[in-house]
Design a protein around this ligand. Structure first.
Ligand code: CMP
Length: 141
């Protein structure tokens, strides 16, 4: 299938970054239910990115194919839905997980309140990790 052709790329990280990402994933209501091996692989495959203050990180309603899951490491973002503020998110938190996990359009808009630094994994990588772990588990029986 298409998924088995995807090459997962791991990105070098300091112990500090690895710990921060792992803690963020374990702290998230949805991601924490993943297996430890999946969490470690997601962490391994996340790449660094940054955006300037005022940038739109996620646009509410955007198509599922554009999905990326983020872990914020520096700065603050704001979550809004139909123009109404839901909350602000600071370092050590996951966002952008809902649309990938539920295969839906983005549920809210996320805007950078300051310059921000993030770790990111795209939909293809994320799904490959979910899929491969499933296949590996399956083949053990
Ligand atoms: P996603 O729907 O992929 O993209 C928008 C993100 O905003 C969503 O994932 C969550 O990570 C986040 N989000 C949506 N609603 C809320 C909320 N009520 N409180 C905090 N974060 C939210």
């Amino acid at each position: 299938s298409q998924l088995t052709d995807v090459t997962l790329t791991s990105y070098c990280k300091t112990k500090e970054s690895r710990d921060l990402i792992q803690r963020a994933l374990m702290d998230n209501d949805f991601m924490k239910h993943l297996e430890q091996g999946q969490i470690l692989t997601i962490m391994d495959c996340m790449h660094p990115t940054s955006l300037a203050k005022g940038c739109c990180v996620i646009q509410e309603g955007d198509d599922v194919r554009l999905n990326v899951v983020f872990v914020l490491t520096e700065g603050m973002v704001e979550v809004t839905k139909q123009g109404k503020k839901l909350c602000s998110i600071g370092p050590g938190k996951v966002f952008g997980e809902l649309a990938i996990l539920y295969n839906c359009t983005r549920t809210a808009t996320v805007t950078a309140l300051t310059d921000i630094k993030l770790w990111a994994i795209d939909r293809q990588g994320f799904q490959t990790i979910m899929m491969r772990t499933g296949l590996i588990k399956h083949s053990q029986y």
